[in-house]
Design a protein around this ligand. Structure first.
Ligand code: UDP
Length: 239
């Protein structure tokens, strides 16, 4: 569905790992370079929503194995995503792109609440919208939220940026030297081959609603801009 202005609208999912630069916490240089790549596409007229993960701070499932109640640990995980959102907002604003953060857990001093129609309006005005705090619900993942936000804000495509791999492979390229990258595949093929691109809930939500998903590597500079602008990089997953 094209936006009223006929512009491309996409949802970019970035995992917390990307922001951490390999460790716990934030690497501002990494966030800054991602922000500049998003800014380049936004300035070229692409409407952009971003869902940011929080794995560089806390993952609820891991914390709960170490004794913290699972739901509480998940809330800690969600709060971690908000720190990533604020860092991204800051660097996007510095790159000259007006940016709003909307969170699924209300925190008025820090961000707007998640209001879908308002998010759409921001995007129509050329603002980047960064969605934080996941779904606001324990036992969910930011992958699933990325698909949900993409659907609710009528995005044309969801773009999943990966660290270390540049798309979907026939097998794990780190384990199997014969693994090769696929240019296209269907959701059903991915399920049959047990290719875990995003988690299962996210995957079935995407498939059931026939939303196209592009998986691409973030290691090559410029790839985020390319993916946002609709270049055929990585792997396209469709019904
Ligand atoms: N989380 C949650 N509900 C959500 C989204 C996230 O409970 O809707 C929690 C969960 O504990 C998760 C953590 O936030 O482990 C960080 O999110 P995620 O693991 O999706 O981040 P990523 O792996 O993309 O960095």
């Amino acid at each position: 569905t094209p936006t009223p202005a006929g512009r491309r609208r996409v949802l970019l999912k970035l995992s917390g790992e990307v922001f951490g630069g390999g460790t716990v916490g934030l690497d501002p240089d990494v966030v800054s370079s991602v922000a500049h790549e998003i800014a380049a596409a936004a300035n070229a007229g692409v409407e952009v929503g971003v869902v940011v993960g929080g794995g560089n701070f806390f993952r609820g499932a891991e914390l709960s194995q170490r004794g913290i109640d699972r739901s509480r640990a998940d809330y800690m995980g969600m709060l971690g995503t908000v720190m990533n959102c604020l860092a991204l907002q800051d660097f996007l604003e510095k790159a000259g792109v007006s940016t709003r953060v909307q969170t699924a857990i209300t925190m008025g001093q820090v961000a707007e609440p998640y209001i879908p129609l308002r998010a759409i309006r921001h995007m129509e005005k050329g603002r980047v919208v960064v969605f934080g705090a996941g779904a606001g619900m324990p036992y969910f993942s930011t992958d699933t939220v990325a698909i949900q936000r993409a659907l609710e804000t009528h995005c044309d495509e969801v773009l999943v940026g990966k660290n270390g791999v540049d798309g979907v492979y026939t097998a794990d390229p780190r384990l199997d030297p014969d693994a090769r990258r696929l240019e296209r595949l269907t959701f059903d093929e991915a399920i049959q081959r047990d290719l875990r691109v995003v988690d299962g809930t996210a995957f079935s939500l995407c498939r059931d609603n026939a939303l196209a998903m592009r998986v691409f590597g973030m290691n090559d500079p410029g790839n985020v801009t390319r993916a946002l602008q609709g270049e055929n990089i990585g792997t396209l997953v469709t019904v």
